[in-house]
Write a protein that binds this ligand. Structure first.
Ligand SMILES: C[S@@+](CC[C@H](N)C(=O)[O-])C[C@H]1O[C@@H](n2cnc3c(N)ncnc32)[C@H](O)[C@@H]1O
Length: 197
């Protein structure tokens, strides 16, 4: 049974989240999915001070969206190109009885960024540079896709409105346009908040 903190507020832990995943994803979870304590900070940075619609670019099994949705009234949407992960994410969203999150199956290249005012980005395209670490074989990986997806994402971010927030976790910041200013970061510098000037 999942513990409840107070009425309708789930206490999400690594343990109660991970045990809902198939075994191969439990093993991959540490590398591929944002730790819950980090997801909480990221969601808070993305939503503080106003009502938001947040997009997780490469949402995996929805761990960031679920954590954010449980901890706020903002809306968390994910885009995930692996059908099995998007399906599992929505099963988990239903399992936790969450109303303010959804994960769509598709490629980020097809998403209209104008529908969102905040974005979360955990190094989704890196897998194309390190095949050995691929999550599963549902999608085609190729070195040139890293550059293609990164460039398309950077161009889409460049078109967003002033005040748009972006939180990045790890990565080399290649996808971040110069119009985004770094506002703060965690002490280890892995998590960063950027705001569109
Ligand atoms: C490092 S995982 C992060 C998952 C999730 N954001 C989290 O923090 O828990 C990156 C995810 O991005 C997905 N992904 C990679 N390229 C994508 C693309 N072009 N469009 C949609 N999803 C993509 C991968 O399938 C993977 O599930």
């Amino acid at each position: 049974m999942l513990k409840t903190k107070r009425k309708n507020k789930l206490e999400l832990t690594e343990e109660n989240f991970n045990r809902l995943l198939p075994e191969y994803l439990q093993r991959a979870s540490k590398i591929y999915f944002t730790p819950i304590h980090i997801a909480r900070i990221a969601a808070q940075w993305l939503t503080e001070g106003r009502r938001n619609c947040v997009l997780d670019i490469g949402a995996g099994v929805g761990k960031f969206c679920i954590t954010g949705a449980i901890n706020s009234n903002d809306f968390f949407c994910g885009i995930e190109y692996r059908p099995s992960l998007a399906g599992l994410a929505n099963d988990l969203i239903s399992h936790f009885k969450i109303k303010n999150a959804v994960v769509q199956n598709g490629n980020v290249t097809e998403v209209d960024f104008a529908n969102f005012d905040a974005f979360y980005f955990y190094n989704p395209f890196y897998e194309n540079l390190e095949f050995a670490k691929q999550l599963n074989n549902e999608v085609k990986l190729a070195g040139e896709l890293y550059g293609n997806y990164s460039t398309i994402t950077r161009n889409k971010l460049e078109m967003t409105k002033t005040g748009t927030r972006l939180v990045t976790y790890h990565g080399n910041n290649f996808e971040i346009p110069e119009s985004f200013q770094k506002i703060k970061e965690t002490e280890d510098r892995f998590l960063k908040l950027w705001v569109r000037k």
